[in-house]
Design a protein around this ligand. Sequence first.
Ligand code: G3P
Length: 218
Amino acid sequence: MDLFIDTAVYKEIEEIYSWGILKGVTTNPSLIYQSNENFESLIQKIARLVKGPVSAEVSSDTSEKMILQGRKLASLDENIVIKLPMTEEGLKATSVLTKENIQVNVTLIFSPTQALLASQAGAQYVSPFIGRIDDISYDGSDLIKNIKKIFVQDHAPTKIIAASVRHPKHVLDAATNGADIATIPYKVFKQMLKHPLTDSGLEGFNKDWNKYLKGDTK
Ligand code: G3P
């Protein structure tokens, strides 16, 4: 499973990118708002750094406007993927933009049948929101599992991006239930890295190594 970062904060992307594990980036209007930067120049700067799919979401309400905004965003860099909402207008825009070889990520997916519609409209990616499903006492993992079953059966090329990831267990659930990608907030990347036994193990090794250097014998 590939790992994307779900943020619009450039220095967070730079830091996680430096780990050598990052394959792409997803943003949404709320994340752009939090970043307090110019949308288009930020997206372009991110796409130049990461050189993988960078999702930029349209903010229009009709398919005509979504298509125009999508074309403009896609022209900023060849790695830009247009994020469209799971609505009738979003589906129409998906079908038009993908025929123009513009990649689309259909977002706000909460059911397997929504994912099926997005895939049939030509989307390269669907983004089921697993955290928000868990929030209302349903099972985000089941959603991933069912979408995967449909895509495998259909031989659909559409990739599943597990989104709305809130903690490392969500990353594990995404990986074990068939997501192609998990898009992960900065804070969760940091949590994934940590284990108390790694810290105490390293402390022990360092202590013994220093004794060894000083010539202390056992
Ligand atoms: O990628 C979508 C994601 O950012 C939504 O996350 O935590 O607002 O449900 P959340």
